[in-house]
Design a protein around this ligand. Structure first.
Ligand code: PSV
Ligand code: MN
Length: 433
C-alpha cells in the first residue's frame, strides 16, 4: 500500500529552527515565574510529552449534519487513507500514536495487511467501535427499532454477533478494547418499556462480555438523546455505571463530553466514576447545544481544565483499582479541515492537562478545609489563567514534533496534494455526526 505524499521531516526542522529563539525566550520567562510558585517547568514539559490521545478514524473525513454534508478536498477514501492522515497528525504532534476504528466503516478485507500498513506508519490501534445504529448494505435484519435491546431476539443476536466480530477483528490488529454505543430508544411516550429494554441490553452485553479476551476492556458509552428523541436506553452515567457493575471488572464507563445536557457538571461525573473505579475513558470534543462534535476546548476550556484537575488528583492518590482512563477524541468536522481540527484539539487537551498540573494542591486543600470558597476557586483560576503555550511548544520540539503543527501542515500543501491523489468520489450523501 502506498502512502502517497507525506510531509518531509526537513520542513518540520526548518520551521522549528525559525520558531525556536522566540519559544526559548518565552519558556525561560515562564520557567522563572513558575519557579517562584515552586514549580519546575521541565517536570511539566516532560508530563506533557508523555500525554497521548487516540484519534477517531471517522474524524479525518469531513463530517456532516443530518441536513447535508459538504465533502472536503482530498478526503480519505478508505481506511488506508485514514491511517495516512492520522499518521500525519502524529508526525506533527507526536501525541496521537493510536487510531480507533469504527466497524463496518473501516472493516478491512485483510486485517493482517492493515496491521502491517499501520506498523509501517508507526501507529497502532486503539478501541474498536461497533456500529448497530445504522443498517449496512446486505444486512439481514434492520435496526430501525433498536439493536442490542430490540424486542426481537433475532435482531439482538445479529447485533451481538457484530460486536463479537469487532472483537475478533481487533484481536488481529492489536486492539485491546471495544466501545459500545447504541442508538436504541424511542421517540414517543409509551413506545419503549424502560425496564425490559435495559434488561435486554444487559442480556446482550453479557454475551459480548463473554467473548472479551482477558486483557481487553469493554467501554459502555452513554448519551442522553439522539437519535431517540424521547427515551434512550443507555442515557446517562448512572445507567452506564450500573451496566458496568453488572457485567464485571473488564467493563467501565466511557464519557463522551458531548453526550450531556447543557450545564451538566461533567467534572463531577468524572470524579464519581474515578472514585468507583469505573471510568474507562473519554471521547473528547466540545459542544454548545447538544452533541455538536466541536473541537475540544473551543467552547468550554474551563470545564476541560476542571476535568483534567479531577484526573490528576486521582492519579496522585496512588493505588489504582482499575487501568488509567483511555483518552480518545470523538469529533466530526463539517466546516474545518479535519486534520487541522484534530491537531487543534490535541493542543487544547495538552493545554488543559498542563494547566491542571500547575494547580497548587496544598493551597487548594487548605482553602477547602477552611471553607474559603473564594480562595479555593482562585487557586484553580491561577493555574487556569497561566499561559502554558511555551510548555506545549517546547514539549513538541523535544518530542520531535512541529512547534506549530498547523503552520507546518499548511506550508506543506498536504491537503492540496491529497486533493490530486484522492479525486472526489462525487457523492454528497448525508454525513455521520
Ligand atoms: C455517538 O454520538 C458517538 O459519540 C459514538 O461514539 C459513535 O461511535 C460516534 O459518535 C460516531 O458516530
Ligand atoms: Mn462518542
Amino acid at each position: 500500500m502506498d502512502t502517497g505524499f507525506t510531509i518531509d521531516i526537513s520542513l518540520i526542522t526548518k520551521e522549528n529552527e525559525r520558531a525556536r529563539p522566540d519559544l526559548e525566550r518565552d519558556y525561560d520567562i515562564l520557567g522563572k515565574q513558575l519557579e517562584k510558585r515552586g514549580i519546575a517547568i521541565d517536570e511539566i514539559t516532560k508530563k506533557v510529552q508523555e500525554f497521548a490521545v487516540a484519534l477517531p478514524s471517522w474524524g479525518v473525513g469531513t463530517g456532516g449534519t443530518r441536513f447535508a454534508r459538504f465533502p472536503g478536498e482530498g478526503e480519505p477514501r478508505n481506511v488506508f487513507d485514514k491511517l495516512v492522515d492520522c499518521a500525519t497528525i502524529h508526525q506533527l504532534t507526536r501525541a496521537t500514536p493510536r487510531v480507533a476504528l469504527h466497524i463496518p466503516w473501516d472493516k478491512p478485507e485483510n486485517p493482517e495487511a492493515l496491521g502491517q500498513f499501520a506498523e509501517s506508519l508507526q501507529i497502532g490501534f486503539d478501541a474498536m467501535n461497533s456500529n448497530t445504529f445504522q443498517d449496512q448494505p446486505g444486512q439481514r435484519l434492520g435496526y430501525k427499532f433498536g439493536s442490542l435491546t430490540h424486542t426481537d431476539r433475532s435482531v439482538r443476536s445479529q447485533a451481538i454477533a457484530h460486536n463479537v466480530e469487532c472483537i475478533e477483528l481487533g484481536k488481529q490488529i492489536g486492539s485491546k478494547a471495544l466501545s459500545v454505543w447504541i442508538g436504541d430508544g424511542g421517540n414517543f411516550p409509551g413506545q419503549i418499556d424502560f425496564r425490559s429494554s435495559l434488561e435486554r441490553y444487559l442480556e446482550s452485553t453479557n454475551e459480548i462480555y463473554a467473548a472479551l479476551p482477558d486483557d481487553w476492556q469493554l467501554f459502555i458509552e452513554y448519551k442522553l438523546y439522539e437519535p431517540a428523541f424521547y427515551s434512550t436506553v443507555v442515557n446517562d452515567w448512572g445507567t452506564a455505571y450500573y451496566i458496568a457493575e453488572q457485567l464485571g471488572p473488564k467493563a467501565s464507563v466511557l464519557v463522551d463530553l458531548g453526550h450531556h445536557a447543557p450545564n451538566v457538571n461533567i467534572e463531577m461525573i468524572v470524579s464519581r466514576l474515578l472514585q468507583f473505579g469505573r471510568l474507562g475513558g473519554f471521547h473528547f470534543n466540545d459542544s454548545k447545544y447538544g452533541d455538536d462534535d466541536l473541537d475540544a476546548g473551543s467552547i468550554k476550556p474551563f470545564q476541560l481544565f476542571l476535568i483534567f484537575c479531577e484526573l490528576i488528583q486521582d492519579s496522585s492518590r496512588g493505588a489504582r483499582q482499575s487501568p488509567p482512563p483511555s483518552y480518545m477524541i470523538d469529533q466530526s468536522h463539517n466546516l474545518t479541515d479535519p486534520i487541522e481540527s484534530l491537531m487543534n484539539t490535541v493542543e487544547e487537551l495538552q493545554r488543559a492537562y498542563a494547566q491542571a498540573l500547575l494547580v497548587d494542591t496544598q493551597s487548594l486543600s487548605t482553602n477547602r478545609e477552611k471553607n474559603d470558597a473564594i480562595m479555593a476557586m482562585k487557586t484553580l483560576k491561577k493555574a487556569f489563567v497561566t499561559d502554558v503555550s511555551p510548555i506545549l511548544g517546547v514539549a513538541r520540539q523535544r518530542s520531535g514534533a512541529a512547534i506549530d503543527p498547523i503552520r507546518v501542515y499548511r506550508g506543506s500543501q498536504y491537503r492540496k496534494r491529497k486533493g490530486v491523489e484522492r479525486p472526489a468520489m462525487g457523492t454528497t450523501m448525508t454525513g455521520i455526526v
